[in-house]
Design a protein. Structure first.
Length: 159
């Protein structure tokens, strides 16, 4: 009788493990890193994180720092705006995620690139990074969001 019970339980357990492997573990990375400005939870989660970690440099209203395209006397570029006037929306989700998590130097492959932008790997979780970026995107006008969606489609379909 015990042997039957073990086999009866083993079948459903194996199915669960297989389902986790196929649908969970092996899910494409870009799915977890896709910005979700239309998901009401993500921008709500992201806004206070933005205020705590990003607003001091990028501005309360995403306006960035003055003269953000010109290096300062310290050799660093000021923080760019994340509103529609900046270039943030010109990058696909995956790039924005990687820059936030790993830093500009690593993502661009430029060893020793001087930047004041902190690396958030180990500071913010992946979900928190996506939430912050989702909040930023939720602040863009509809036409900019639509163009950013097209940039994402092109990036995902690139070889």
């Amino acid at each position: 009788m015990k042997r039957r019970t073990i086999f009866a339980l083993a079948g459903p357990a194996a199915a669960l493990v297989l389902a986790w492997f196929v649908f969970g573990k092996s899910a494409p990375q870009h799915d977890r890193r896709t910005l979700r400005p239309g998901d009401a939870r993500m921008p709500v989660l992201g806004h206070p994180i933005y205020q705590a970690h990003c607003a001091a440099c990028h501005g309360e209203q995403l306006q960035g720092q003055p003269n953000w395209r010109e290096r300062g006397s310290d050799g660093l570029l000021p923080a760019p705006p994340h509103d529609a006037s900046g270039h943030t929306w010109h990058h696909p989700d995956e790039t924005l995620f990687r820059i936030t998590k790993f830093g500009v130097a690593k993502v661009a492959g430029i060893k020793g690139y001087a930047t004041a932008m902190p690396v958030y790997n180990g500071v913010l979780s992946d979900e928190e990074i996506v939430a912050v970026l989702s909040w930023i995107k939720s602040q863009w006008p509809a036409d900019v969001r639509a163009e950013h969606d097209q940039i994402n489609q092109q990036a995902r379909s690139a070889p």
